[in-house]
Design a protein around this ligand. Structure first.
Ligand SMILES: NC(=O)c1ccc[n+]([C@@H]2O[C@H](COP(=O)([O-])OP(=O)(O)OC[C@H]3O[C@@H](n4cnc5c(N)ncnc54)[C@H](OP(=O)(O)O)[C@@H]3O)[C@@H](O)[C@H]2O)c1
Length: 343
């Protein structure tokens, strides 16, 4: 059968839709042990921008002119593997294509090679796309950051950058559930208003209109007790002079540096790390997968109780995947971005 895949045609300095193309390819017949999967949804994530570069470090670089990888959820439509039946819903790292053949190896989200899949159960009120959204890697990062890497203390102040992104919106809500005072920022007045009204954060500002040091000082009159950094070295640097002694700064990522062609502003105010005995910790979500079952249980429970909201935008069709991906870097995305590949 034929299927469509997104391929990279060159390695960009600044990414654009012209770096991608859609190719129709012929899939071979299934061999013993293999399954044929129809993808239903794929995720687009900031880390993928680094996969476009030849010197990508955390994952192997995406190939030029071959299928890409990334989180997806799909349905088995043909099986020659005794562990899987037609109709099984499976998670994989074989996004960016409508169908794929897998050898059905053991799957670990994000770390697995293309040939691995895992069956996902559809308990009451759970949709296949939840495995990429509500239960996806960004949501896990927020949860593991706020409940494993850090110990939230009620009444203390947490600063979370990119508050209207996926990690940010989930971290803001978990911090509120733990009784923290939440200070955040985003790149538009609409996002700021959503953070205040819908998520109930204590202070939010538009970092494109208010200088970072000003917005943070206004939001943190008693200093900062915890940082969850998603955005930029500039935001991280602006937090440092406000840190209370002995506190923690978690770095999930710096989305601002992924598409700058290697140009990165250095961290400023570093002397405050010594003066205030600050701990800085970069944390990969994979380090906390031991807490995955607790995470899913809490997400289901919190969503049912209406104590957590999950905003997502779904683009339709594989042709829209490059545009969906690039929306993460222009500020046009708000919440999680997914692409529907099948029904
Ligand atoms: N450590 C881990 O295991 C792990 C796992 C997943 C993600 N991450 C990291 O966590 C961070 C957030 O990921 P996510 O999935 O939540 O992202 P996301 O949902 O795609 O959010 C993207 C948002 O980032 C903001 N942004 C884009 N370019 C920016 C820039 N130049 N400066 C400041 N803000 C910018 C935009 O919002 P505004 O309009 O508000 O600017 C955009 O909507 C990223 O750094 C990512 O690499 C880490």
């Amino acid at each position: 059968m034929k299927t469509k895949q997104v391929h990279l045609i060159r390695r960009p300095v600044h990414a654009s839709v012209a770096d991608f193309t859609i190719r129709e390819v012929e899939l071979p017949s299934l061999r013993d042990g293999q399954v044929l999967v129809e993808n239903l949804f794929m995720s687009v994530d900031p880390y993928m921008r680094r996969s476009m570069d030849a010197e990508a470090k955390d994952l192997p670089p995406w190939p030029i002119g071959g299928p890409l990888d990334g989180p997806s959820i799909g349905r088995v439509i043909q099986s020659r593997n005794s562990k899987y039946r037609e109709g099984d819903i499976v998670e994989s790292m074989s996004g960016w294509q409508e169908h794929f053949i897998s050898n059905a190896g053991d799957f670990i989200a994000y770390c697995s090679a293309n040939d691995a899949i895992a069956r996902r159960t559809m308990q009451d009120g759970v949709n296949p796309e939840d495995y990429l959204g509500l239960f996806g890697i960004a949501s896990q990062t927020a949860y593991f950051g706020m409940t494993c890497a850090a110990t939230p203390v009620a009444g203390e102040t947490v600063v979370i950058s990119s508050g209207a992104g996926t990690v940010g919106m989930m971290a803001c809500q978990i911090a509120k559930l733990k009784g923290m005072r939440v200070v955040t920022s985003a790149g538009s007045d609409d996002k700021v208003s959503w953070l205040r009204v819908e998520l109930g954060v204590d202070h939010a500002f538009n970092y494109k209109r208010t200088a970072l040091d000003v917005g943070l000082r206004e939001g943190c009159p008693r200093g900062i007790d915890l940082v969850l950094e998603n955005a930029s070295p500039e935001h991280f640097s602006a937090c440092l002079p406000l840190m209370n002694p002995g506190k923690l700064m978690l770095i999930a990522g710096f989305i601002s540096i992924y598409d700058t062609g290697g140009r990165v502003n250095p961290i400023a105010n570093f002397e405050y790390v010594l003066d205030r005995y600050v701990t800085i910790k970069a944390f990969p979500f994979m380090d906390y997968l031991y807490a995955y079952d607790r995470f899913v249980d809490d997400m289901v429970k919190w969503r049912r109780a209406g104590t957590i909201k999950f905003k997502q935008k779904v683009y339709d069709g594989i042709e829209s995947a490059p545009e969906a991906f690039l929306s993460l870097f222009t500020g046009t995305s708000h919440g999680k971005v997914l692409v529907r590949l099948g029904m």
